[in-house]
Design a protein around this ligand. Structure first.
Ligand SMILES: NC(=O)c1ccc[n+]([C@@H]2O[C@H](COP(=O)([O-])OP(=O)(O)OC[C@H]3O[C@@H](n4cnc5c(N)ncnc54)[C@H](O)[C@@H]3O)[C@@H](O)[C@H]2O)c1
Length: 360
């Protein structure tokens, strides 16, 4: 299989972890008999500070035309305090490419990674499907009498029938395609009686179309409580942009933290983009200490998206082995540097899965 992959390392530790994800993808290509062609883009703070350009003109068309998938490291730089470039690039890609489904798996790979008592591998394995193009993140609103004691600040929460229907349908379809049995829709319709009432009505409309999926609802405050108390009950969770943002970080904390949290921004009818959940963690940037496993597991999701399920499984098995053997970065209690984690993963895949397996 030949695939063209657009790579945007971005800023901070994005520049450190992205080469490690590519290292693992190269090992997978070699082992699986595939050809991955990587094209790097220097979109990020450095270029923005030097030229004033954040997301170049025509970028979206170029990506759509020439690539099968996008990999992004992270964006954010203290030298750009208003985050202008990061907002332009990240939201430009998410909104411009209609990446409406943000998939964030929460899976425990080794028992020592969870802060929860008496929970083991197999107890935590669910996926958060976050709406990624609407809600409170559409930058609609404004300030009146800004910087006075009479200031009024309004941030609009946008929920459209089209947006809500496609994300709930995506979650049902995702559950069906991945052999998942349950779907939970979470909102705050008891307080947000217009926007989230729409979620309720669309959910009720779609439920009969997926009789094999057990579907139910929880208010998001109860969901937060249940995620700590009994996370084993969850399979697929679909929710709005802001709740998904928060709930998935909570989920990441349950299974080892941001150094392990992977995500995909998916448009099922177009180009999709994969990125670790973490940001640019400026204090670790350029020090070869950040954990690249989130980026590597993100590369695994990218493989799954390209239809390479076996190769995606290899990445997860290698990650599991790294944790079982203590070959991890500092945030997980190990002593490996960023580049050493990437080396270990690539070597493991090359040694464990001989190249002829997939070619034969
Ligand atoms: N999608 C993105 O690109 C994205 C996401 C979140 C934040 N940001 C941006 O990143 C910058 C820093 O934000 P932040 O500090 O709130 O979040 P962050 O995710 O960058 O870092 C938070 C903390 O998590 C830990 N951490 C994160 N990733 C890690 C890794 N790979 N290995 C080890 N430890 C890791 C570190 O302790 C770090 O200080 C800001 O500019 C923010 O806007 C970007």
């Amino acid at each position: 299989m030949k695939k063209r992959i657009a790579v945007i390392p971005g800023d901070g530790i994005g520049l450190d972890v992205t080469p490690e994800a590519l290292k693992v993808l190269r090992a997978i290509a070699e082992t699986g008999g595939h050809e991955f062609v990587f094209t790097e883009f220097d979109w990020g703070a450095e270029r923005y500070l030097a030229t004033g350009v954040s997301l170049p003109e025509g970028a979206l068309d170029d990506l759509r035309r020439s690539y099968d998938v996008v990999f992004l490291g992270a964006l954010g730089d203290p030298r750009v305090p208003d985050m202008k470039h990061a907002t332009d690039i990240l939201f430009g890609l998410r909104f411009g490419l209609e990446l409406y489904a943000n998939i964030r798996p929460v899976k425990l790979l080794a028992p020592q990674l969870t802060p929860l008592r008496d929970r083991g591998v197999g107890d935590l394995d669910f996926v958060v499907v976050r709406e990624n193009t609407e809600g409170l993140y559409v930058h609609m609103g404004g300030n009146f009498k800004k910087d006075t004691k009479d200031e009024v600040a309004i941030q609009e929460d946008v929920n459209t029938y089209k947006g809500v229907e496609r994300i709930i349908r995506f979650a049902f379809e995702y559950a069906r395609a991945h052999g998942r049995k349950q779907l939970l829709m979470s909102d705050k319709s008891n307080a947000l009686t217009y926007g989230h009432d729409l979620w309720q009505r669309v959910f009720a409309e779609l439920q009969p179309q997926y009789p094999e999926i057990e579907s139910r609802h929880l208010y998001v405050d109860n969901l937060a409580f249940q995620l700590i108390k009994n996370p084993t009950q969850f399979d697929v969770i679909v929710t709005c942009n802001m709740f998904g943002d928060i709930i998935s970080d909570l989920g990441a904390a349950l299974v080892g933290g941001l150094g392990l949290a992977a995500s995909g921004n998916v448009n099922p009818d177009g180009l999709s983009m994969f990125e670790p959940v973490h940001g640019s963690a400026p204090k670790y940037a350029g020090k070869n200490v950040a954990n690249p496993m989130a980026a590597i597991l993100t590369a695994g999701m990218l493989l799954d998206h390209l239809g390479l399920q076996q190769e995606a499984e290899w990445v997860e098995q290698a990650a599991r082995a790294s944790m079982e053997t203590g070959n991890t970065a500092r945030d997980l209690g190990g002593s490996l540097k960023t580049s050493e984690v990437g080396d270990w993963m690539a070597d493991y895949i090359t040694a464990q899965y001989p190249a002829k397996t997939a070619r034969s």
